[in-house]
Design a protein around this ligand. Structure first.
Ligand SMILES: NC(=O)CC[C@H](N)C(=O)O
Length: 304
């Protein structure tokens, strides 16, 4: 399969459709981005990189970082972690508060904000300098010093962090939060405000297509079984209340962020990152989802 030709075709066809969405503006700094940017990078398991469009432009990875943070605590907590966070799709928006009350402070999954806050809390218990550790880890996975925290986006998230702060207090009231709330929120906002290009993001997801072994870090990051579980979680929970639709249309494990990025994997073949800032009403990139749908259609295979 000529991957370069494939992604170029997908890119052209999506551009021709002239799809429209809306750039996220609830974090005002994220809104300061040229909405017409669009890039795709695909990385195969030999390390070959294919790219088209704005694939080298760094963008705000936002919730895609929740896959990296989950990976960092997976080893340590193993079964214990799963008593603090469930593994069920939420069917609710990513920042929903209601479900957390019914379910007594145990978030549905690690990819909604409540679940990601528990994971970040676990990271803060584990590491002295969690922000540095997260950057170092993602750089290692990408095989490149690529991660930059955008201080304006970080500050903007903090200044408009009412919902995430409410979620953290809620978790604390159910005794599912161990560290000082401000400290954990700072780390959470910092990892959401990390910027990377499609190329580096796709490289950082490569281990999930490769049974847990990263060819860029040159080591086993997760066991084969853990890696399958992260993929299962991405398939069922990676797109919030659009996870079913993404599985239906695309059929790959993936994770979106409100910066307009989507990272996905085709197990045993490749990892891919697509970015375009305009989002649908569920908070997922309109063009990125369409691009991945066309990609699996053209390949005539997905997970299924
Ligand atoms: N879905 C997302 O990308 C949301 C991340 C964003 N930083 C938030 O907490 O609201």
């Amino acid at each position: 399969m000529d991957y370069q030709q494939l992604i170029e075709e997908v890119y052209q066809e999506v551009q021709a459709e002239n799809l429209k969405g809306k750039v996220a503006d609830y974090i005002p700094e994220i809104g300061n981005v040229n909405p017409d940017q669009f890039g795709i990078a695909l990385v195969d398991l030999k390390g070959n990189v294919y790219g088209v469009g704005d694939h080298q432009v760094p963008f705000s990875i936002q919730s895609i970082s929740k896959v990296h943070t989950l990976t960092m605590v997976f080893n340590v907590f193993n079964s214990k972690l799963w008593s603090r966070v469930n593994v069920e799709p939420s069917g609710d928006p990513f920042n929903s508060i209601a479900q957390l009350e019914y379910e007594k402070g145990i978030p549905r999954n690690p990819f909604i904000n409540a679940g990601a806050l528990v994971i970040t809390d676990a990271l803060c218990s584990k590491f002295e300098n969690p922000i540095e550790r997260i950057s170092d880890f993602i750089n290692e996975l990408a095989g490149d010093t690529c991660v930059k925290i955008n201080p304006e986006v970080q500050a903007s998230e903090k200044n408009h962090g009412e919902r995430n702060t409410a979620l953290a207090y809620f978790l604390k009231s159910f005794k599912n939060f161990n560290n000082p709330i401000d400290e954990v929120l700072d780390v959470y906002f910092s990892h959401c405000a990390m910027e990377m290009s499609c190329v580096d993001l796709a490289k950082s997801f490569s281990f999930l297509a490769n049974d847990g072994y990263s060819i860029f870090a040159d080591r086993q990051i997760l066991t084969e079984s853990q890696s399958r579980r992260v993929n299962a979680l991405m398939l069922t929970c990676g797109f919030y209340d659009e996870a079913g639709e993404f599985a239906f249309k695309v059929g790959l494990p993936g994770k979106s962020g409100v910066g307009g990025g989507v990272a996905a994997v085709m197990p045993h073949k490749f990892s891919i990152a697509v970015w375009s800032p305009e989002l649908n009403e569920k908070g997922n990139s309109v063009k990125a989802i369409r691009a991945l749908e066309l990609l699996t259609d053209k390949l005539a295979f997905s997970l299924f």
